[in-house]
Design a protein around this ligand. Structure first.
Ligand code: HAM
Length: 421
């Protein structure tokens, strides 16, 4: 029997759990100024939710889902991504019945049976946003801007925004036909998965991890030559507004994304620093015209993105972007007998009510081990309580920074410490 974590999963403790929550809190605060409200959905859904949305030719659906039958033989899947679940929730709860654009965000674990490697896990956390109800290119720009702001506020600079359009339905259909015609003569040089992709969705071939350097793929027709006038104009407006907002980007005509639901704008932020995570996508998203309709809802467009919280954490760690996160101890109370330990508990309670971080010793009555504890936790103040202090109500308070010591009446201790901290 092995008591080890499942391959591709991680434990977060000490510094790392603090890092994770730091990112979450920062992101929540930045995003709150854009009017997003949080949606919390189950971490598992009926399998069909993801098959319908991600597409039955995507890698996620064909290879990476944690799918199982529950005790009633229902097919259940641990969510591999958030978009489908949020759309399902939006339609099922008729959130479209009130007027206006709807802006949502989510935070939580996702599950994909991928090959674990640097920055790629089988359980990872995503922060994502989804906006429903408007098909303006300026909304796409604002969405991209919000991700850009999150990263710049976290201090992340070494990333590159790649953007493309995969056009509207007509552009995509014309393009798919052109790809089918082109790949028909090159099927022999494609991997076995790509042969299947050729039948179901030839655009998926361009996203193949195995064939990515294959000449045949590199010379394939480009979506930009099949865009309708509307799609071209739409994309130009996205780029123009990005230029005006001075958000640097690179148009990448090969960017098609690994999920089937996208139309028009697609984008990824790629890690560009000189480290082991270089080339990984830190964030990805785009527009989807018919997902809500596909779930039985009204004809409302959506746009959104998600980023991998662990990848953000990885890059911030290698680039030293985290501030000191562990909370500093304000006060350590040293107590010299059992009754003093009770007085220490009482005083600690009052100090904590006043937002001070207090540590205590629960076991030792001698000074030596308690000063050892002080060496370890490095408090700003040390308060000593013994029989004499209890009887007089006047405690010894040592300031470890100025190395001074005062006798302070117990009721004045809080004010005395707060004034100085
Ligand atoms: P995605 O590209 O599949 O898109 O994932 C988004 C981000 O999640 C990636 O850029 C990456 O940072 C992170 N990620 C994905 N897989 C892993 C993994 N195995 N380990 C660590 N991090 C990972 C989506 O999920 C779409 N739902 C995004 C979206 C939202 N599109 C529109 N709205």
């Amino acid at each position: 029997m092995s008591y080890q974590k499942v391959k591709g999963t991680q434990d977060f403790y000490n510094e790392n759990s603090l890092k994770m929550r730091y990112i979450e809190e920062k992101v929540r605060s930045i995003i709150s100024n854009y009017g997003f409200s949080e949606v919390i959905t189950p971490i598992f859904e009926n399998t069909e939710v993801f098959v319908r949305s991600a597409g039955d030719s995507s890698d996620i659906v064909t290879k990476e889902m944690y799918t199982f039958l529950d005790k009633s033989e229902r097919s259940i899947t641990l969510r591999p991504e958030g978009t489908a679940a949020i759309v399902r929730c939006f339609v099922e709860n008729k959130l479209h019945s009130t007027p206006g654009i709807k802006k949502y965000f989510y935070f939580g674990p996702m599950f994909r049976y991928e090959r674990p490697q640097a920055g790629r896990y089988r359980q990872f956390n995503q922060f994502g946003v989804e906006v429903y109800g408007d098909s303006s290119p300026y909304l796409d720009t604002e969405i991209i801007l919000s991700a850009y702001k999150v990263f710049s506020n976290l201090g992340i600079k070494n990333i590159k925004l790649k953007i493309n359009t995969i056009g509207d339905f007509k552009s995509r259909e014309d393009y798919a036909n052109a790809l089918r015609e082109y790949f028909a003569n090159h099927l022999d040089s494609l991997c076995s998965d790509c042969k299947k992709r050729y039948e179901k969705n030839p655009m998926r071939i361009l996203d193949c991890k195995v064939d990515k350097d294959n000449e045949v793929l590199l010379n394939a027709p480009r979506i930009k030559d099949f865009l309708t006038e509307e799609s071209k104009e739409y994309f130009n407006n996205v780029l123009k507004s990005l230029d005006n907002l001075e958000i640097p980007y690179e148009v990448d005509n090969n960017l098609v994304r690994g999920l089937d639901y996208y139309t028009d704008t697609v984008f990824e932020f790629i890690i560009d620093g000189d480290n082991e995570f270089k080339g990984l996508a830190i964030c990805a998203g785009g527009r989807y015209a018919d997902l809500i309709k596909g779930f039985g809802g009204p004809d409302i467009p959506g746009v959104g993105y998600a980023f991998g919280v662990e990848r953000v954490m990885n890059i911030m760690t290698v680039e030293n972007l985290f501030p000191t996160l562990a909370k500093e101890v304000d006060v350590l109370i040293i107590s010299l007998d059992n009754d003093s330990k009770i007085s220490a508990l009482k005083l600690a309670d009052k100090l904590r009510d006043n937002d001070l971080y207090v540590e205590l010793d629960y076991k030792n009555n001698n000074l030596k081990p308690q000063f050892k504890l002080a060496d370890r936790v490095k408090p700003k103040y040390i308060i000593i309580i013994g029989e004499e202090e209890r009887n007089s109500g006047i405690y010894t308070v040592k300031n470890t920074v100025t190395k001074t010591e005062d006798k302070i009446e117990v009721n004045n201790i809080i004010n005395a410490i707060k004034e100085n901290i």
